[in-house]
Design a protein around this ligand. Structure first.
Ligand code: ASP
Length: 614
């Protein structure tokens, strides 16, 4: 028997028991004739005491870090107790031991605060995984998965596996492809998600489906993305949006409860996409704090129901505002006393290439009721007050204003809001705020190629299976998708078509998204056509789905949650990599396996493929 107990198990009440432990050597400390060894496994760490009588044996078989050790002995009360670990009141008085395996000197210390850099730890991920911090993350991941399965099981969902070797499932990225040896010259695609399969399962009558499943997307890896990642993927039949929202806020609340012990009793707030982007600058606002955006211009037809405040800035002959498509402001609480150096620093911050602004205008709302700004030349104190009031600034606040092209400026103000929220400590790690964002635009205009399908065309914002709002269907059918001037795509009626789509947002992160689907063949064909697919291409790519819709497809809808991201947020981390056992780096490489890598000439022969790199 290798062990009677784990290394995290023994307590004072086990005193005098004879035990055997197995684990890894954490530290070896020699004090004269006696030696202390900390032995570690998944469950904890226990101190072993080797007395004088084992000295000779230890000298003949010296222990090193990460050796696999088995030790037998008696549980002893420690004279020098360690209150920081659960086993800290005891030690094992070793009577015999055996080295089960030796270890090379590890390339970094297996400790919470390791001396290993990112790359080194990824190369030796199997050692990194021994560290407590990483282990805790994987345990949390397991707990989240188990909580999700419990909830969904109790709600009557079936976990049904779907294949990985499939045909393309468009989710806005490029496909990974796999050559078929048995069908030379033909390729499978790895699923970007099980989207079409779960819809087919609805056609088959499995009206509540879920799967915790790998998805594969070949996209340029922005920070914190992985080419393969995991979703909690769900679909339901005979549902409307309201049913989905209720079911899945239940899921997340249940995960909160099971994993974090949090009772999230309040109803999840809901916000339209229009309100989110108008008031917060983006479609996944962090609503743990206010700092809403003041829109000083109404930039496009997309915001059909919004009033701008252009009167507040017009007629001052200030070119920067007059010529900008979009002018937006936020009031940062309590920062009116920022020094020149501090406002300069924020200006530099917004000028960084990632933010891309040309500059920043500020108004200080001084505590004594006076106003000071970087545009005093153009705006009287009265006008500054009017702008500050509209931005909801109070005495002592600092109003920050950005001006420029619509998309960039809106994104920039949202980043600036988050940054200032962070600096002011308003984004508390232990506070969780959920939000549903609803009524997304159905289409997006791809100014650049996103998925290999070319630039300058409409793409589905969610995916092509998402249904338009019923009263927007006509707008889709009666207008040609053709865009004459790509720069002015926002003026095309398609920019205004809204979808039956919803995202769940947690603390400013999109954790899930889904939609009510199209379930009639005719409308699905219209949708494909709007995306620029002719009948032949539709048949070639999605004939199976269009066919299935002819055999009694029920109304259905679903959602998928980003499992890795959800775990990271619940674990208080910015990085999903920390919650994946074997992640890839930012260039999509597994540095431990050294993959991707070249394959043997014979493998090309079998595939009947000739490699001819451009
Ligand atoms: N398949 C979608 C996605 O991966 C989710 C859904 O619509 O259910 O984003």
């Amino acid at each position: 028997m290798y062990r009677t107990h784990t290394c995290g198990e023994l307590r004072l009440e086990n005193k005098d028991t004879s035990v055997t432990l197995s684990g890894w050597v954490q530290t070896v400390r020699k004090f004269g004739a006696i030696t202390f060894v900390d032995i570690r496994d998944r469950y904890g760490i226990t101190q072993l005491l080797f007395g004088e009588e084992l000295n000779k044996e230890l000298e003949e078989n010296p222990l090193g870090r990460e050796f696999v050790l088995q030790a037998t002995g008696t549980v002893n009360e420690r004279s020098n107790k360690n209150p920081n670990i659960p086993t800290g009141e005891i030690e094992i008085l070793v009577s015999s031991f055996s080295i089960l395996n030796k270890s090379a000197v590890p390339p970094f210390t297996i400790q919470d605060d390791t001396d290993g850099g990112d790359d080194l730890r990824m190369k030796y991920r199997y050692l990194d995984l021994r560290r407590n911090a990483v282990k805790k993350n994987l345990e949390l991941r397991y707990a989240v998965g188990r909580a999700a399965r419990n909830y969904l099981h109790n709600q009557g969902f079936l976990d049904i596996e779907t294949p990985f070797l499939i045909k393309s499932t468009p989710e806005g990225a490029r496909d990974f492809v796999v050559p078929s040896r048995m069908n030379p010259g033909q390729f499978y695609a790895l699923p970007q998600s099980p989207q079409t399969f779960k819809q087919l399962l609805m056609v088959s009558g499995y009206d509540r489906y879920y799967q915790i499943v790998k998805c594969f997307r070949d996209e340029d890896l922005r920070a914190d993305r992985q080419p393969e990642f995991t979703q909690i993927d769900c679909e339901m039949a005979f549902v409307q949006q309201e049913d989905i929202l209720n079911m899945f806020e239940g899921l997340i609340k249940s995960i909160f409860k099971d994993v974090k012990g949090i009772d999230y009793n309040e109803a999840v707030q809901r916000m339209s996409w229009e309100d989110a982007t108008w008031n917060y600058g983006n479609d996944k606002p962090d609503i743990r704090f206010e700092m809403k955006v003041l829109n000083l211009k109404k930039p496009s037809t997309v915001y059909t129901n919004k009033q701008d405040n252009a009167g507040l800035i017009n007629g001052a002959d200030f070119k920067v505002f007059d010529e900008a498509e979009t002018v937006v402001a936020i009031a940062v609480p309590g920062c009116s006393e920022y020094s020149r150096k501090q406002t300069d620093e924020i200006t530099e911050w917004v000028k960084r290439p990632q933010i891309g602004m040309k500059g920043l205008v500020f108004i200080k709302v001084n505590a004594d009721g006076t106003y000071k700004s970087s545009v005093d030349k153009f705006y009287s104190e009265e006008r500054l007050k009017a702008i500050a009031d509209a931005a909801n600034a109070k005495a002592g606040d600092l109003v920050l204003i950005l001006a420029g092209a619509e998309e960039r400026t809106r994104k920039a103000i949202s980043e600036l809001r988050l940054e200032m929220g962070k600096r002011l400590g308003l984004r508390k790690e232990d506070e969780f705020k959920l939000l549903w964002v609803l009524d997304f635009p159905l289409f997006e205009f791809a100014l650049e190629d996103q998925d290999g399908g070319g630039a300058g065309r409409w793409v589905a914002r969610h995916h092509p299976f998402t249904s338009p709002k019923p009263d927007h269907i006509e707008m889709m059918i009666s207008n040609s998708p053709k865009v004459d001037d790509p720069e002015k795509y926002l003026e095309h009626p398609y920019a205004n078509i809204k979808a039956n789509a919803y995202d769940m947002v947690l603390n400013g992160n999109e954790i899930g998204g889904g939609s009510i689907r199209i379930f009639q063949r005719e409308l699905q064909e219209k949708m494909f056509a709007a995306l620029g697919m002719d009948a032949e291409e539709q048949q070639h790519k999605f004939g199976f789905l269009l066919g299935a819709f002819e055999y009694g497809a029920p109304p259905h809808g679903g959602i998928a949650f980003g499992f890795d991201r959800l775990c990271a947020i619940l674990g208080g981390s910015e990085s999903i990599r920390d919650f994946i056992a074997f992640p890839k780096n930012n260039s999509g490489r597994d540095v431990m396996l050294d993959a991707p890598s070249a394959i043997a000439a014979k493998q090309f022969d079998e595939l009947q493929i000739k490699l001819d790199l451009k």
